[in-house]
Design a protein around this ligand. Structure first.
Ligand code: AGP
Length: 614
């Protein structure tokens, strides 16, 4: 997730761009850059690795007086955070500059094609292919039109993109385009503006035009034209936005946590994007730098992580053992590093960390490397310490998460871990291609299933309303649903400060059942799976002790005579995929309970987003 902005008008572009980028910094903050066409100099590009403040401090900005420009604030997805990978990217001739938000799925193929024609790439990003392709469309074609070139290139791109393009041969003009990534535009008192998100626009205009998928926008100082990819113009409607800047950064949601919960359909899609070969239906993991032979020779897998990442890792244990038939151990990173684990060169260690900077997880993976194991990092932050030190990386593409409580990064971690598990199964031949395709088919439906859960929030809000006098709550699940229960309880604890514990449902009668008294809420995950009936009979034991029965279940589940107090119905999927769908209900339950208790959900007490000390 990156931020893009473009302005053409009467004001000096630099000021408008920097102001817009400041409003978009929450979308990405590992580097920033701008491009301003200047008649005499061609395209002037200034980029800095680091925060926007580093770009603002660049002395070169002072000389940029042009009134057209594009800017970018980056959250790396392909290529580590560095000046070379920062946007804007230029074509080979340095006449076209592009800023991009999204992921180009077919960039490997496009890049290989361009390289075979002798084009040298200057970055490791997927985005640079866009600049190079547009440059080629324009090169040597007298009178070639920028909008037509952009439109032609968009037809070649697969994946998600919102782009803004300037060219030295088209002064006073910006062309933007989008597919599956947001782009908004508008007319200001002094010109026209476009951006990946509303906050960047509202200091210039509050009348916003939302660009649709496969549409182009052609911005000049005195005109703004919206057309489809074939060049057919559309008369756009404007939407009046009266959010203040802070609300706009949260896309109108009350908190970042709620916004991030609602981003899940899109970011789960982004995490899966580009990993599935659309022709063969098989899996592609570009960032996995280990050889297939190394993956084939592994005779044991360890998963190490902390907190929410540990819960996501638990799903990988179930998935790898089931699909790959290799023994998997999972451990809390702070335990693993001090407990003398048995591992060697044939052990594969999967380190899971949203931030990639958690001290214990890094130390655990380092220790595993010293013992000769191969380390695969699953992380959300490109170029993080964990990503740099690991032998291979699978990124989660969830975008920056501002809320301290992990939500979208949890479901994306599971998605990435499932892809990795399937890849291991595919590579080692423990799964038939048809089995892989069958699971992938169900994975493709996850974004829409999560969106369905988000649309059905009333029963969750109503249940939260019954928690005014609750002090303790229990969460139950078996198999992968145990991970959902653990994460549900952690969310409740950290943002509402209620005591919440999760147990594998079969473990209840070995002690915790003593805590079940009249009215204590017990949230049980009983979605479809081979142990569903067993969980339902454990829930009956709770009901017999007077516990309040709250279920996460699929429609039409046979409850075997059980009479739950509340049922949250969720769409059915494969039981290993279900934690992605089911945990969204528990995120929302924790959120609404916490809000009713007046808690600050984005900044829970005593907690830090990234724990860089042991
Ligand atoms: C969960 O809401 C917390 N943010 C916390 O448990 C977190 O998952 C843990 O600190 C690990 O962080 P990491 O994924 O960045 O390594």
């Amino acid at each position: 997730m990156c931020g893009i902005v473009g302005y053409v008008g009467d004001k000096q572009a630099v000021g408008v761009l920097i102001e817009g980028l400041r409003r978009l910094e929450y979308r990405g903050y590992d580097s920033a850059g701008i491009a301003v066409p200047d008649g005499a100099e061609g395209l002037c590009v200034v980029k800095r690795q680091g925060k926007l403040a580093d770009l603002e401090a660049a002395p070169e900005l002072a000389g940029l007086v042009g009134t057209t420009g594009i800017g970018h604030t980056r959250w790396a997805t392909h290529g580590v955070p560095s000046e070379r990978n920062s946007h804007p990217h230029l074509d080979a001739a340095g006449r076209v500059a592009v800023v991009h938000n999204g992921i180009i799925e077919n960039f490997h193929d496009l890049r290989a094609e361009l390289e075979s024609e002798g084009i040298e790439f200057r970055s490791d990003t997927d985005s640079e292919v866009i600049a190079q392709l547009i440059g080629l469309e324009l090169a040597g074609v007298p009178g070639a039109d920028l909008a037509e070139a952009v439109s032609s290139v968009c037809r070649k791109l697969e994946g998600a993109f919102a782009i803004a393009v300037v060219a030295s041969d088209s002064p006073g003009r910006i062309v933007g385009a989008r597919r599956h990534a947001p782009l908004v535009t508008g007319v200001t008192e002094t010109g026209t503006i476009l951006a990946s998100d509303i906050p960047a626009l509202i200091s210039e205009t509050r009348e916003i035009i939302v660009v649709e998928d496969d549409e182009l926008v052609d911005l000049r100082a005195g005109s703004l034209v919206v057309s489809d990819i074939e060049g057919r113009e559309r008369v756009p409607d404007t939407v009046h936005v009266d959010w203040d800047v802070a609300a706009a950064e949260r896309s109108g949601f009350e908190d970042f946590m709620l916004k991030e919960i609602h981003e899940q359909p899109r970011v789960i899609g982004d995490t899966l994007r580009g990993r599935i070969d659309t022709v063969t239906g098989s899996l592609r993991l570009d960032e996995l730098r280990t050889s297939d032979d190394e993956l084939r020779s592994a005779n044991k897998v360890f998963v190490v992580a902390c907190g929410t990442s540990f819960h996501a890792g638990l799903v990988a244990k179930y998935a790898i053992e089931h699909w790959v038939r290799v023994p998997v151990e999972i451990d809390i990173a702070s335990e693993f590093r001090y407990r003398d684990p048995v591992l060697d060169a044939r052990t594969l260690v999967i380190g899971v960390s949203q931030s990639g900077e958690t001290a214990d997880t890094i130390a655990a993976c380092r220790y595993a490397s010293q013992l000769g194991a191969k380390v695969v990092a699953v992380t959300n932050v490109v170029g993080s310490s964990l990503a740099r030190e690991a032998d291979a990386v699978v990124y989660t593409h969830a975008g920056p998460e501002i809320g301290v409580a992990a939500t979208k990064t949890f479901t994306c971690q599971i998605a990435a871990l499932l892809v990795l598990s399937l890849y291991l199964g595919q590579t080692r031949g423990s799964l038939y291609p048809s089995e892989v395709r069958g699971v992938l088919e169900q994975m493709r439906r996850l974004p829409e299933q999560v969106a369905e859960v988000l649309d059905d929030v009333d029963p969750i809000r109503a249940e939260a309303g019954r928690w005014a006098r609750v002090h303790d709550a229990f969460y139950l699940g078996r198999g992968p649903a145990y991970s959902t229960a653990l994460e549900g309880a952690l969310k409740m604890k950290e943002i509402s400060y209620l005591h919440a514990e999760a147990y594998p449902s079969g473990e209840l009668k070995h002690g915790p059942l003593a805590l079940i008294v009249e009215g204590v809420p017990v949230i049980s995950v009983v979605t479809a799976g081979h142990v569903q009936k067993k969980t339902i009979s454990n829930v009956a034991e709770v009901a017999a002790r007077g516990g309040r029965i709250v279920l996460v279940a699929n429609a039409g589940t046979d409850m075997g005579g059980l009479l739950p107090d509340t049922v949250f119905e969720v769409p059915e999927t494969h039981e290993l995929l279900a934690p992605i769908v089911d945990s969204v209900v528990l995120q929302l339950l924790a959120y609404h309970v916490a809000k009713q208790r007046g808690c600050d959900v984005d900044r829970p007490r005593n907690l830090a987003k990234t724990v860089t000390v042991e």
